[in-house]
Write a new protein. Structure first.
Length: 192
């Protein structure tokens, strides 16, 4: 930025009287390109919403995450999903996960559906590739005020698995848990 403005001032304002007209015109063209560059690329970057602050609310520093509810017939998924969400919160946010009594907030969640779809079958109707999709809803509550901070329904995350690679529903579900946990962390961030 400094180099561009230095170049601009040197070329635009400092024309010796001995310069030929075509040299002056070439210098003006370069200056016009410099101005165009500034107007089109550098100046608009200041208004693009970039920020160095955390996207999480600054007044919430800790969260309690109980085991999510499970409205499906796939038992045990609630434990793995809750662990994946806790891991993502610890990795991607400054929030501390604490006991219920010490928490500023509570993150409740419920697995609403688990779908398994066959994507590809071979000529003998054996499953070659399949997809599992996990859906959930969350509610993040500020314990101090009782106010709902974030409420989201219909958060879904798919993951595919290929039977011939010895991938299973369990491995695909674990991948879907991580994906949906990332979606939960994104939902916890401030709305723009």
């Amino acid at each position: 930025m400094i180099m561009v403005s230095y170049f601009f001032t040197q070329k635009f304002f400092m024309f010796p009287l001995s310069m030929k007209p075509n040299v002056i015109l070439n210098s003006c063209k370069i200056s016009i390109y410099s101005i165009a560059f500034l107007l089109l690329f550098v100046i608009p970057m200041g208004g693009c919403g970039y920020s160095s602050k955390s996207l999480l609310r600054s007044n919430v520093r800790s969260v309690y995450i109980p085991i999510f509810d499970n409205d499906t017939f796939r038992r045990g998924f609630e434990f793995d999903l809750t662990k994946a969400i806790r891991d993502q919160i610890l990795m991607r946010t400054p929030l501390n996960i604490v006991n219920k009594d010490e928490a500023d907030s509570v993150l409740f969640g419920k697995i609403t559906n688990v779908y398994e779809n066959v994507l590809i079958e071979d000529t003998r109707d054996n499953i070659v590739e399949s997809r599992v999709t996990i859906g959930l809803e969350i509610r993040w509550i500020d314990k101090r005020t009782g106010r709902v901070i974030v409420e989201r329904k219909n958060i879904h995350a798919p993951a595919e698995f290929i039977v011939r690679r010895n991938e299973t529903l369990t491995s695909a579900s674990n991948e879907a848990f991580v994906r949906v946990a990332r979606s939960v962390v994104e939902a916890m961030q401030e709305d723009w």
